[in-house]
Design a protein around this ligand. Sequence first.
Ligand code: SF4
Ligand code: SF4
Length: 472
Amino acid sequence: MYNPKSRKAEEFIDHQEILDTLAYADAHKTDAAVIDAILEKAKLRKGLSHREASVLLACELEDRNQQIYELAKQIKKDFYGDRIVMFAPLYLSNYCVNGCLYCPYHAKNKHIPRKKLTQDEIRAEVIALQDMGHKRLALETGEDPVNNPIEYVLESIKTIYSIQHKNGAIRRVNVNIAATTVENYRKLKEAGIGTYILFQETYHKESYEHLHPTGPKSNYAYHTEAHDRAMEGGIDDVGLGVLFGLELYRYEFAGLLMHAEHLEAVFGVGPHTISVPRVCPADDIDPDAFDNGISDDIFAKIVACIRVAVPYTGMIISTRESPKVRERVLGLGVSQISGGSRTSVGGYAEEEPEEESSAQFDVSDRRTLDQVVRWLMEMGYVPSFCTACYREGRTGDRFMSLCKAGQIHNCCLPNALMTLKEYMMDYAAPATREVGEKLISAQLDYITNPKVKEIVTERLAWIEQGQRDFRF
Ligand code: SF4
Ligand code: SF4
């Protein structure tokens, strides 16, 4: 029944295969020989199968667990260096016809204020985001064919890309909207989106159906096969994710990796990103109502095992997590974080009064983008506002083959430094700038190619003189 090449959700996410995987992992969780063989394979940095990675996740040998963490750290360092890509979510509308039990936007929630941004309001939001320094957005909407039809999303994307305020520009718009048709994905591609992100929430079909009692999202197969349709529609960067806490985490982990294997088997390219949200408090939602919540330790182990299993896939963490947890998982594999986020509809241009909150979830990390940027730099990370690959057409398999050949590395650091320099010039507080300038000159030494280093040094000076938007 299990077939990664099948186009049917229940065959590429085969329930029995997941149960067998978990049984296999349980049988080998203290089996040093098997675990060591998997670790040896992981050191080749070509990834692991869902079965192998599941054994690592289940591993109960403390010294081997330490090796998993060390390897995850090393892979993170080798593939991503010190760079952390920055983004912000932009909620366009919280109208939704679905009945998801874990989300306050579910249709039966009658007390949450419903909002939908007009194009003028989007302009105001985008200017506020540009004034913070953001270059990369993730658009969010509920599913509502009447209030949020695809035309509205397309018009909003056009508006966002058209806004040039001072030196600001949104250079990449990723989209996180409900599963839709190949035709609509094609329209999104034509509108110039970056990654199409859709969280599975849970791969466990029975739980999925319980958690999605009403609305179009209740169709497990239609939802699970959405990334395939997106790829058919020409979107070659797709993002996966599960909402940890809804089902048993080991089940979700295996399902997530099987989904990645399916995309690779059918389209020759795995997911561009994997997101790792955990259920958190929100209006009408009590995380304790879901009994599969995971501890910070397990969360860290999941991140490390994903990093080892799919080294080329970016990993995203949002402001759902506290600064402490974010710090921990940055070292283990997370490559992209949001900063200064508002999870309400229209929270950037004007703060919403708490009692009228339209937020999807409570933000745990409430710091401004500038505070997050400075915090990252003080830990030695390089916050990157780079969007070069997407704008140079390095998406999908072109991105992956460059990435697998280690080529991306040659342009990532230079691009990160130049976009960070722009941030320093245009948006940073004086104290942040002081840290940033030191970091940029120290990081220049990590550019090994002398010609590239020379070009970057020259361009940094041009940025100081007012020029913008250089990239490799
Ligand atoms: S998770 Fe998405 S589809 Fe479900 S209620 Fe929330 S906004 Fe709607
Ligand atoms: S060069 Fe490409 S892979 Fe590297 S940071 Fe920029 S967009 Fe990402």
